[in-house]
Design a protein around this ligand. Structure first.
Ligand code: FAD
Length: 390
């Protein structure tokens, strides 16, 4: 029977829940809002399958030769509605055109984030765009297996731990299974997200009808959190929005994210996608501030998809180490702030704004001024470079 001695030992992938033959495992929320397995010892038959499929217990080393591209979708509308360069849409469309099924993370009617599947291109928008909350997997792994056993093509997308959880659950390779993960900062607590939704509802005096964590009206680099209400909008820069500030300063990540076993160069997925942060240092000529993805091809299947979708993209080969330099989340876990546990304890009943501002790391005036000078210099340099190009 799986035994979780420390919260670090569970990434919440649900592989154990999906494999249990007697339904002895339930996924329940811990005090911080993260789902963890709870075992009914009366129902457990000690088959040990839960241990066998745990991607943290069975964290194998992977050998492959990743190939890395800077890339974006030529279709401006899809790119605008995607977090970075609109790569997920193209990968998903490839599978749907084969009469396949696509799994990904979507909002439910209450704006909780959960995994689900779609079979039609017109439903793809549900999965497009990053939702910065840990998604609940439910019985998605079981459904993936059912579709594969029925001979369907399946694309499964998610965080690196969700991909490894699925692969361990399946216990064998399927020719028609394609997987795509993301470069992952870490996943925020669904409890904190619910508290933020409550806070916004009280402040904006309405329930949202649409939420976008990556609104690009001000460009890709200055992306905004966006809430649409029946008669108004809330829009705030990611470095000003309270939830995004708590997320990006690592206050509300899952405990296992601070010691992530799945952030690495060699991945189990066929394709890894992320934002090409550091683009102005890596490949400035591709930056029009509409969003550029980094795509890392990890397998032959990944190569096959890339060969098909590349016609619809602008792309160039780049070096993975350059990507990692500006996007260390590819390989490195975030540091745990000292105040994380206190923040999570207090956010449950306190005012979201007061508590978040209390526990956010303080940035010194000097660092703020330095940051502003750097930004202005960057803008000036960009203008000079464009003029020289002309
Ligand atoms: C929690 C989280 C942290 C991230 N951290 C980083 C980072 O540090 N560096 C970086 O470069 N990129 C990060 N990304 C990835 C990035 O935000 C974009 O998703 C990526 O660049 C792909 O963009 P796109 O334009 O191709 O497609 P999009 O349409 O934006 O991508 C949608 C894809 O993201 C998946 N997805 C959305 N929300 C979730 C979720 N909650 N859990 C699992 N899968 C989800 C969907 O299933 C779909 O596959 C993160 C994404 C998430 C969800």
């Amino acid at each position: 029977m799986i035994e979780i001695k420390s919260k670090k030992e569970c990434c919440g992938c649900h592989a154990c829940f999906n494999i249990c033959p007697t339904k002895a495992i339930k996924m329940v929320e811990d005090e911080n809002g993260f789902k963890i397995p709870k075992i009914d010892t009366e129902l457990c038959i000690n088959c040990e399958l839960c241990k066998k499929v745990c991607p943290i217990i069975n964290n194998d080393k992977i050998e492959n030769q990743p190939i890395t591209y800077a890339i974006y979708n030529k279709n401006d509308e899809i790119r605008k509605n995607s977090s970075s360069g609109g790569m997920f849409f193209l990968i998903a469309k490839y599978i749907l055109d084969l009469n396949g099924v696509v799994f990904g993370a979507k909002f439910n009617k209450d704006f909780d984030v959960e995994h689900g599947y779609i079979e039609k291109e017109s439903d793809l928008n549900q999965f497009m765009g990053s939702k910065y909350v840990q998604s609940t997997m439910g019985d998605s792994y079981k459904k993936v297996k059912e579709f594969l056993d029925n001979g369907r093509y399946v694309l499964f997308t998610g965080t690196p731990c969700q991909i490894e959880g699925l692969k361990k659950y399946l216990q064998k390779d399927y020719e028609k299974l394609y997987t795509q993960d993301i470069i992952c900062h870490g996943v925020p607590s669904p409890m904190v997200w619910r508290q933020y939704l409550k806070y916004r509802e009280e402040k904006d005096k309405d329930k949202p009808i649409k939420i976008n964590f990556r609104n690009k009206d001000n460009g890709w680099s200055d992306f905004q959190t966006y809430f649409k209400y029946s008669d108004r909008e809330y829009k705030e820069k990611h470095n000003k929005d309270l939830f995004m500030k708590a997320f990006l300063s690592n206050l509300c990540l899952r405990e296992s994210c601070y010691d992530c076993k799945f952030k690495k160069k060699n991945r189990l997925s066929d394709i890894t996608i992320g934002d090409l942060w550091g683009i102005d240092n890596i490949i400035p000529r591709m930056n029009d501030d509409k969003g550029v993805s980094v795509v890392i091809i990890n397998s032959e299947k990944g190569k096959k998809i890339f060969e098909i979708i590349k016609e619809k993209c602008i792309y160039e080969k780049i070096n993975l180490d350059d990507v990692i330099k500006y996007n260390p989340n590819m390989i490195k876990s975030c540091l745990i702030p000292q105040s994380r546990n206190e923040f999570l304890e207090n956010i449950k009943d306190g005012d979201f704004s007061v508590i978040t501002n209390k526990y956010l790391p303080k940035v010194s005036v000097l660092i703020k001024v330095k940051g502003k000078i750097k930004k202005v210099l960057k803008k000036v340099m960009k203008k000079v470079l464009i003029r020289n190009d002309e």
